[in-house]
Write a protein of this length. Structure first.
Length: 276
């Protein structure tokens, strides 16, 4: 018996990476699934087959969030085929980096439409159904880019910060209707698209993560999936409007520090703090 037995979930961007692992984790806990993909169907089909083998009902649905109508059509298709959606995970998104002064209106519009407008319109339709049933859980996947600044990420960070504001405001609006809304902000999570980059070396990445991430490693999709599943489940029934950071301690660290393992050679407090 899983904690999500009898629930139906929709996961966007479920063909690869974090989204795929969230779909699998929700299914392992008993939920039936609608798995969304935008372009490459193969990963979504593999996840669906894996879940069907353990008795889950799974449908695979395509939608292009660059268009204004597809998010609503996706919601309608998921509701039609599963009958209801108790859990919505807004994971679909694209990344981009480029100098602020060189970022075009088309690039900004593309990121905005996929990363925030699509989630907004999809959630509108799903919430209508959740209200009728008197309950629901929504988990929005953002990023630590929504919390911290990094050069050449203004467009991407703008969308990820918008997701966090959307999460808080929606949680306040639908909480009394029985719907909870939370967000997860992942840090460095190793996914297929990263490993496919030209010249990528996993050994070098591991060494860099050991030096830069307080926990000494990069994350994996399961680190995010287990938290997202918890937030959508009954054990989180008194949690809403929150953002949970999954980044190995990166966001908690002081940017002025460069070495997590050795004490600073500089002494502060000399002459006015006893023992300094």
């Amino acid at each position: 018996m899983g904690k999500l037995d009898g629930r139906c979930a929709l996961v966007t961007g479920g063909a690869t990476g974090i989204g795929r692992e969230i779909a699998l984790e929700l299914g392992r806990e008993g939920a039936d699934l609608a798995i969304h993909f935008s372009h490459e169907r193969e990963g979504a089909d593999r996840a669906a087959q894996e879940l069907r083998e353990i008795g889950r009902k799974v449908v695979v649905l395509k939608a292009d969030f660059k268009t204004v109508d597809d998010p609503t059509r996706l919601a309608e298709a998921a509701l039609d085929q599963l009958g209801r959606i108790d859990i919505l995970v807004n994971n679909a998104g694209i990344t981009f980096n480029g100098a602020f002064e060189e970022t075009t209106a088309e690039q900004l519009e593309t990121l905005w439409n996929v990363n925030i407008r699509g989630a907004y319109l999809l959630t509108q339709k799903i919430v209508e159904s959740m209200i009728r049933f008197g309950a629901g859980a929504i988990c929005n996947i953002s990023s630590i880019h929504g919390l911290q600044g990094a050069p050449h990420h203004t467009a991407y960070a703008a969308t990820k910060g918008a997701i966090l504001g959307f999460t808080r405001a929606l949680a306040m609006e639908v909480g009394y209707k029985g719907i909870r809304v939370n967000a997860v902000a992942p840090g460095w999570i190793m996914v297929e698209s990263t490993m496919a980059l030209p010249g990528f070396d996993v050994g070098q990445a591991a060494e860099r993560a050991q030096a830069k991430v307080p926990l000494g490693r990069f994350g994996v999709p399961g680190d995010v999936a287990k938290l997202a599943t918890y937030l959508c489940g009954p054990d989180a029934h008194f949690i809403t409007g929150q953002t949970f950071v999954v980044d190995g301690g990166t966001n908690a660290s002081m940017s002025l520090l460069s070495d997590y393992r050795n004490p600073s050679p500089t002494r502060f407090g000399l002459g006015y703090v006893p023992g300094s």
